[in-house]
Design a protein around this ligand. Sequence first.
Ligand SMILES: [Zn+2]
Length: 311
Amino acid sequence: MINDSSVLCGPDGPRNSVALTLDEARDAIVNRSKQLVTEAIRKRGHDSPPFSAADYADLLGVAKIVKTDLRELGGALLRYGNGSFVIKVNSAHIPTRQNFSSAHEMGHILLSELGLESRLRDSEFRTRRFNPQVARKSRNKARERLCDVAASELLMPEDVFKRHLSETSIGSLEGLADMFGTSRQTTAIRIAEVSPTPCVALLWKPQKASNSMPLRLEWHVGPGRPTSRSGRYFPVTESAAIGGSVYEAFRDGKIVKSYKEFKTRFGTKRLRMESKAYGSGATKYVISLAFETGKSNPPEDQFGWFPGGRS
Ligand SMILES: [Zn+2]
């Protein structure tokens, strides 16, 4: 038993004394989400995308999903005394975002059902000098990430998504996003998570709402879905200079192909990258997918990459 358990326990207290690492918690919520996908597919009678959060409502005791004014919040979960739930989603958001927010709230139901929050033992908590505030922040971040993991599995079930992912390319991103009714950003993340070809998804945004500034890396994911830093690839540079390929994609709106260096725990790797701009005006951004080219690279396992992020 860990000695800072009082901090790690959720408001509902320690239900289960078996501590979990973040990887184990992720696997638990993915497995439970996969069960729900199987049940939902059986109920629907087919597994054609898109999947809606509403497909899972009955299975989770969600009485209804209500669209309402939530100001800056994406979604909220209300629990009633009889054990049923109501999910509220922001009526001002676009349908794809509402759907993801609903599925994310369902992730909170799963966290609670599996008692994950109280079982979560993030190894960082133990190495860091004990500080309740830091621990709480880190735990909240981990919790929200796990809910996104669940939402991603519910709306883009791995097996179904992989079947439709004929090639890992930026060209397939829009088609997949339309097919699954998901945003381009969550779809890009999903590609990086489950692509059979090791792939990193990156999002770039202008530093200012101006076309004459370099772009800044907002986030990057993959390859696979490691929960620790060691399994990820890190771009050597985090800004896209004027005149570079990412900037060119941002400016011209076409797919731009290039190469990019990534730091891995086994050294530096050069990946083939494709970039494309989406959105318009102040919300314009670039998504890049970088992937291993195959031939010139040593076997995958030398780089500590495991298909699907699980061994
Ligand atoms: Zn949340």
